[in-house]
Design a protein around this ligand. Structure first.
Ligand code: ADP
Ligand code: ADP
Length: 231
């Protein structure tokens, strides 16, 4: 894992009267799962996209292990951060194997290394490669698509995983088993995981720490699930 720091981070979208994220400072410790919970529109996705450099803060600074994300080159950034989102966000015209291999492909791994890694990841998330490698996203259930989404995020073994409601689109039973698998994986992987959810039970189950956010991502509480439940 790698430590992530947000220092006085503010994001204003052009044309909006109010900031989406206003002066947020927080440290996300290496190797831990930190959950962001808060009302719809409070800036959680904006924060995730800023960490992943899909958008830039208007002001303030985001660092990973002390390095400003804006200063990292593209390949380094892709190796550092895996991103999994709601609805899995798979490329519909790519097979499962092609979806999982996107980042290794961008990093110019050779064919054999990519194929081996795809098989390994499919086993890891509980999808039989023999059955599922060649399928297209539309030929998968919602839960299977989310497994592929998580495998894709893990492909280049990044120290940081950003998961934005990654299990939001699946039924409660599948969701429970995906949560169990994530916790099991994390025992070995020890990634720094930032996980957005609306589901407080999910936050308590998965989080080492929970950040309870208010408007514009102002931090209301930031503590262990036990401490937050005690309040
Ligand atoms: P959350 O993920 O917590 O629901 P978002 O980060 O998606 O919140 O949105 C935070 C605020 O920023 C909202 O008021 C939203 O309308 C606004 N917003 C999000 N994306 C954009 C955008 N691309 N352009 C303008 N405003 C946006
Ligand atoms: P879940 O209960 O996990 O959401 P579904 O009921 O959606 O699963 O699907 C059950 C099985 O049928 C899964 O193994 C899935 O891969 C398969 N399946 C679902 N949709 C399709 C499809 N369009 N083509 C091929 N197989 C499918």
């Amino acid at each position: 894992g790698a430590e992530i720091q947000l220092e006085n981070v503010t994001k204003r979208y052009p044309g909006n009267a109010e900031a989406a994220v206003d002066d947020v400072t927080m440290t996300i410790p290496a190797g831990k799962i930190v959950i962001l919970v808060g009302p719809s529109g409070c800036g959680k996705t904006t924060t995730m996209r800023m960490i992943n450099r899909l958008i830039e803060p208007t002001s303030g600074r985001i660092t990973i292990d002390g390095e400003d994300v804006l200063a990292l080159n593209g390949d380094v950034l892709r190796r550092k951060i895996g991103y999994a989102i709601q609805q899995a966000g798979l490329f519909p015209h790519f097979t499962v194997a092609q979806n999982i291999g996107v980042v290794p492909g961008l990093l110019k791994w050779n064919r054999k290394r990519i194929d081996d890694r795809v098989d390994e990841l499919m086993d890891l998330v509980g999808l039989d490669p023999a059955e599922f490698r060649g399928r297209y996203p539309r030929q998968l259930s919602g839960g299977q698509q989310q497994r592929v989404g998580v495998a894709r995020a893990l492909a280049a073994d990044p120290p940081v995983l950003l998961m934005d409601e990654p299990f939001g689109a699946v039924d409660p039973i599948t969701r429970g088993s995906l949560q169990d698998e994530l916790l099991r994986l994390q025992e070995d992987l020890r990634k720094t995981i930032v996980f957005v959810t609306h589901d407080f039970d999910e936050a308590v189950k998965l989080g080492d720490k929970i950040a309870v956010l208010g408007e514009k991502s102002s931090i209301q509480q930031y503590d262990t699930p036990e401490a937050i439940l005690a309040n």
